[in-house]
Ligand binder design. Structure first.
Ligand code: ZN
Length: 386
């Protein structure tokens, strides 16, 4: 480690230490802004609030239309020093207006809607950049995207990613770290399929032979779909919802199932999609017709060329802080999945440590708000100064 790096580290630590109160107040203010994805007024307010935290960045500011959602905020550095790093956070939460509960601190944890998913993550992102700016400047070019629709699957903001991903060397996502502190370098991709079977109704007692049982056909279809799972490749299939028929004394005229697939290996997408489409070609109950719709809407987040450099930078930063950081896979998806789909090395779970997100027990280990802010700032320095 160079002497300059050690000096910079102590400056960053001093910056964060002297801004602890301010960061906590910012978190409290952010959590108290009601910002469920479907409440554009609230997500717009959250965007404006987070933007107000970084006047010193002197970034180019663009509001990207969110359609029926709030506007997304894009901040871009004016300088163009390489590498170009993309930071993505979301300001929306899953809690409808009227179901919120107040921000609170009990023991070493903070509570409140979105406290870990991911308002504290956005604070980490912004204060990581602020700390660099205040201690000698930000030595790379960057794009910061704060979006308002991630919890809905980013239906609006993901349309901007193909353009925004151009020229990006690395991406950092600020979803929470795992409850045990691990950072995320792999996420499963998600496919969702609907299977519809059409048969023919008949009285099950008087004339069963004139009916065609769609529920029976669906039973075969579900087994065939589940057989697309590949344990050794971590490809899963889940027939999680099924409906059909009218009553026990009527031969079932129709059935519908929702089937999800999760994959880790990108090539599995083609195989599963082809396998699901092929279900319609082979029926078991004569006279039924089968229709399959859907596909993968989130590619997996996988390690790409350059991911090893990102991971090495995070490990180096952790070592300098005396932290033990490991990497892990998550079965849940994030905006990191979409960015990984463009071939960008992505590190996710760079937000603070906490858990039970999407529930009223959602919590943040408060001390990790400061810890992960330092981890981010040092990781970025290690990445560009290697
Ligand atoms: Zn999230």
């Amino acid at each position: 480690m160079t002497r300059e790096f050690a000096e910079r580290q102590s400056q960053i630590e001093a910056y964060i230490r002297s801004h602890r109160e301010e960061m906590l107040q910012a978190l409290r203010d952010a959590v108290e802004i009601k910002s469920p994805s479907v409440y554009a007024e609230g997500t717009n307010a959250a965007i404006a609030f987070f933007h107000s935290l970084v006047p010193e960045l002197d970034a180019k500011v663009t509001r990207l239309s969110g359609g029926t959602y709030g506007d997304h905020l894009l901040l871009e550095s004016k300088n163009c020093s390489s590498p170009c790093i993309f930071f993505v956070g979301h300001v929306d939460t899953v809690f409808p207006v009227g179901t919120e509960w107040p921000f609170s601190i009990e023991g070493s944890n903070a509570y409140g809607p979105g406290v870990i998913d991911m308002k504290s993550g956005v604070i980490t992102l912004l204060y990581g950049l602020k700390a660099l700016q205040a201690t000698g400047g930000i030595p790379f070019s960057y794009k910061v995207l704060l979006n308002t629709d991630e919890e809905m699957g980013s239906p609006s903001s993901k349309n901007y990613l193909p353009e925004l991903a151009k020229g990006v060397d690395y991406a950092f996502i600020f979803e929470p770290a795992q409850p045990d502190g691990r950072v995320i370098n792999t996420r499963k991709g998600i496919g969702k399929f609907d299977v519809y079977v059409t048969g023919k109704a008949a009285h099950a007692g008087k004339s069963p032979e004139t009916g065609i049982n769609a529920v029976l056909e669906m039973a075969h279809q579900i087994i065939n779909a589940e057989n697309l799972a590949r344990k050794e490749m971590l490809t899963t299939m889940n027939a999680g919802f099924v409906e059909g028929g009218q009553s026990a004394f009527i031969v079932a005229p129709s059935a519908h199932a929702e089937i999800e697939s999760r994959i880790v290996i990108p090539e599995e997408q083609k195989r599963v999609e082809a396998g699901m489409a092929a279900l319609a070609d082979k029926t078991h109950v004569p006279g039924t017709t089968v229709r399959v719709t859907g596909g993968f809407h989130r590619p997996p987040l996988v390690r790409r060329p350059g991911s090893e450099l990102l991971e090495a930078a995070v490990l180096k930063a952790a070592e300098l802080m005396g932290l033990k950081i490991e990497f892990s896979m998550s079965g849940a998806a994030s905006d990191g999945n979409n960015l990984s789909g463009y071939g960008i090395p992505v590190i996710d779970g760079m937000g603070p440590v906490g858990g039970r997100e999407h529930s009223h027990d959602e919590y943040l280990e408060l001390e990790t708000l400061y810890e992960r802010t330092e981890l981010l700032a040092l990781s970025l320095l290690a990445l560009v100064e290697r």
